[in-house]
Design a protein around this ligand. Structure first.
Ligand code: UD1
Ligand code: UDP
Length: 375
């Protein structure tokens, strides 16, 4: 009898990082019966990723509600998964990272009796309120999981310090690098066309230094985003040779302050969230990236792009240690000062632009599949 895999994800970054695993398992349909379930905690931003990676989910829970809250989202995921788990009866359930989908799905999978496989396991800030609620989501999922696929030895050590059995921790690199490789290959193939890449080529002024901005963290909602926008406005107004491109996350707590405070400034372009290949193209064109994203902190070092991270903590210390990522929080003066220094100081800029690959060689998914095959 074939072993049954259920791969569950719900948001944009989970989809990007799980898509290569779906592709890898698809090579072994003779060994496994693999199905994909999306909670659709995100909708448009998730569908963009599914389209690019050509993935059609077997189960679509279609849960996203406007301005949803953590309580009902968590409950809806757990109760919504019950019939799916009972119908398919997976041997292994795969969850990714630290979202509410991750945490709630791992609980539901545990209730069903399946073995839980946590991809991107063991990252920690050790501050339960930052990132909120992700630090707790990831820790709870780690406690529940049977197998832990850690991107680096640092994350493996974090798990061992929590008395997780070393034999169940497998260091694979981060599947985001697998996704980056997939994207680069697909984008350079002759028949690839992405309307958003063409649109971007019309928006981006390559005669200027491009600053790429993204942001969405819950702990930055409110005053944090007001301060971020104030800093971006100052940077744009004092640097005519700079163009700020900001694909604005669809969360209304982000859309509202960003459009109210930054719309209409000549050298700031506010645009809709980009498809993954268009975003990768834009990262490549950028001089500097300012973000609070987790995934972007992992992608940028392998593209040699300096990153200012608008957070006070990070569960991804590898690139900070290597000097390509700097934490600046949401302090508006610090954001302006550090960005200005990177615009003016060539030596500092080049030391932060070193190519650096702490997150593996793009073989994470094949390592995960091989491990499960051997069980
Ligand atoms: C979520 C995750 C966060 C992850 C981020 C990636 C939780 C608690 N948060 O945060 O860990 O880093 O995704 O982007 O799991 N919306 C849309 N369309 C979309 C997506 C979102 O309209 O495609 C709007 C909806 O109004 C939705 C709101 O954004 O209710 C918030 O979505 P939610 O997933 O709860 O929070 P994010 O800030 O996206
Ligand atoms: N990304 C994208 N389009 C965008 C912005 C980001 O495809 O307009 C990708 C980015 O390359 C990275 C992921 O989305 O892989 C990061 O997602 P996000 O910042 O929403 O979540 P986080 O990583 O912080 O959980």
């Amino acid at each position: 009898m074939k072993k049954k895999n259920l791969i569950i994800f719900g948001t944009r970054p989970e989809a990007i990082k799980m898509a290569p695993l779906v592709k890898e398992f698809a090579k072994y349909n003779d060994v496994f019966d693999t199905k994909v379930c999306i909670t659709a905690q995100h909708r448009e931003m998730l569908d963009q990723v599914l389209e690019f990676f050509e993935i059609t989910p077997d189960f679509d829970m279609d849960l996203m509600k406007p301005n949803q809250n953590l309580y009902t989202l968590t409950a809806d995921i757990i109760t919504g998964l019950k019939p799916i788990l009972e119908e398919f009866q997976p041997d292994y359930v795969y969850v990714h990272g630290d979202t509410t989908t991750t945490m709630a799905s791992s609980i539901a999978a545990f209730y069903s009796g399946a073995q839980v496989c946590h991809v991107e396991a063991g990252l920690r800030t050790f501050n339960k309120r930052s990132p909120f609620p992700e630090e707790i989501n990831r820790s709870v999922t780690g406690r529940i999981s049977d197998f832990h696929f850690s991107p680096t030895t640092t994350s493996k050590t974090n798990l061992m310090n929590e008395n997780i059995n070393e034999d169940a921790i497998i260091v694979t690199g981060n599947t985001v690098i697998d996704a980056l490789h997939f994207s680069s290959e697909k984008v350079t193939s002759d028949d690839f066309k992405d309307e958003e890449v063409s649109f971007l080529k019309g928006v981006v002024d390559l005669t200027k230094k491009i600053i790429l901005v993204t942001g969405h963290r819950r702990e930055n909602h409110g005053q944090g985003f007001i301060d971020i926008c104030t800093a971006l406005r100052r940077l744009a107004e004092t640097n005519e040779d700079v163009q700020i491109i900001y694909p604005v996350h669809l969360n209304p707590n982000v859309q509202k302050p960003v459009y109210e405070l930054l719309d209409g400034i000549a050298n700031i372009q506010l645009i809709a969230p980009l498809s993954y290949p268009a975003f990768v193209w834009l990262m490549n064109q950028s001089y500097l990236i300012i973000t609070d994203s987790g995934g972007v902190q992992e992608e940028a070092p392998s593209l040699g792009k300096p990153v200012l991270v608008m957070r006070n903590t990070t569960e991804r210390p590898e690139a900070v240690d290597a000097g390509t990522v700097l934490l600046v929080g949401t302090d508006k003066d610090k954001i302006v000062q550090e960005a200005q220094d990177l615009l003016n100081n060539k030596n500092r800029y080049s030391s932060m632009s070193k190519l650096h690959n702490p997150y593996g060689d793009g073989s994470a998914c094949s390592q995960i599949v091989n491990y499960i095959k051997e069980l």
